[in-house]
Every structure is written in C-alpha cells, then in structure tokens.
Ligand binder design. Structure first.
Ligand SMILES: [Zn+2]
Length: 211
C-alpha cells in the first residue's frame, strides 16, 4: 500500500505530496515546494528511502524545495518535462514577480520525462506520466493505480491559471477533457493546491469539464 502524506509549503501554499510504499519502503516526492529538512525527517522516521522527486511543472512554488535537497544529496534524481526546462533557474525571478524575494540555486534535472517515460515506479506500482499542457507547456500529471497527482492542471472544482508564461486556456481545457475526464470515476485526485477530489465529482461539478 502507498501511504500519502501532505506537506503544505511556502507562501503560495503548495501541496507537496510524499508517498511511501510500505512494502518496499521506497519514498517519492511530488512537487517539492519547500520544507526539505522536515520531509527528510518524516521519510527517515518511516525507515524509507527517497527514490526520486517528480515535478508536475516548473513553477517556482513547486520546485523551490529542491535546491536544499540537492545541496544535501545531489544524487536523488529530479524529473521534469523538457518543456518547462527554462523555469529551473527562474525561482528568484518568479518570486519577484509575485512580490517576494529569494536566493535559490537552479534546479538540476536528472532526466526530462514525458508520456513515453515508462520506467518510473514506487515499489511494485508503475507511475504513468500524462502530459497536460495548458497551465504551463510542460504540465504533467502522474497516475499511480487509481491515484492521480494533477499539479496545477486540475484543482477541486477549479482549474489552474492560464495567464502565466506558456499558459493556454484552450490547451488546458483540451488536456483535461481528453486525458483527465476520461479516467475512471473512482480515480482520486491530489492537486497542487487545495483539497483532494475525485474524477466522478469533477465530471459532475467542475464547470470547466462540462461540454
Ligand atoms: Zn503552477
């Protein structure tokens, strides 16, 4: 079974999801938005081993915990879409854009991933990469069995903003309708911000998924 723990990080209140497979004791982080020391403690306390970090996209609030991790342990691979590569050294710039400041090192990506990436797993559970451009060009969702990590593509009864660099409302709606609304009703959705939801509810109540 996969244990899912939520850490809400940074001033943007980004959901950092920490997954631990209790058979293999492998841990995976989805969107390390901050709090690396505390998360490392949590993983250690569960006698688990951090295998890699997945990024749903390259926005600063989803990656700004990574420089701390890479300082502590540069060997843990970070995976991101190639199409968001230009954001890996823009944390400080984007913070400024949001009225904050920081002095973060660039994020080093071990491998760029897309829908053809088939080798990702946690324990015996395969991790499927789903490309959902629209919030950013490199937006990804990750599906593990009936769990979907949707980043800023899909929130509970809401969708991600499309007005930032690389965003496209038309593309995001297309991504969501063709790739996310088509998933089984009983798929649980773990978004990049806000509460958990599921595909059945989103198909029924999310305005943007209606025809
Ligand atoms: Zn974002």
């Amino acid at each position: 079974m996969i244990k899912i723990q939520l850490f809400i990080e940074n001033p943007i209140q980004t959901n950092t999801w920490v997954l631990i497979d209790d058979e293999s004791n492998e841990a995976v982080i989805i969107d390390l938005g901050g709090g690396y020391d505390k998360i490392k403690e949590y993983i250690d306390a569960h006698c688990a081993e951090l295998k890699f970090v997945l990024c749903t996209h390259g926005h600063f609030d989803h990656i700004m915990g990574i420089p701390d991790m890479q300082m502590d342990n540069p060997d843990i691979p970070v995976y991101l879409s190639k199409k968001d590569e230009n954001m890996t050294d823009k944390i400080n710039e984007m913070l400024k854009q949001f009225g904050m400041s920081g002095n973060y090192a660039s994020v080093k990506v071990a491998e760029f991933i897309d829908e053809n990436t088939k080798h990702l797993s946690i324990g015996n559970n395969k991790i499927e990469v789903i490309e959902t451009p629209g919030h950013t060009q490199g937006g990804l969702c990750f599906k593990i069995n009936n769990l979907l990590f949707s980043g800023d593509s899909l929130f509970r009864r809401e969708i991600g903003r499309c007005d930032l660099e690389g965003g496209s409302y038309k593309e995001l709606i297309h991504s969501l309708k063709t790739k996310i609304a088509t998933l089984p009703d009983d798929t649980f959705v773990y978004p990049g911000h806000g509460p958990v939801t599921n595909i059945k509810d989103e198909k029924e109540f999310n305005y943007y998924l209606q025809d």
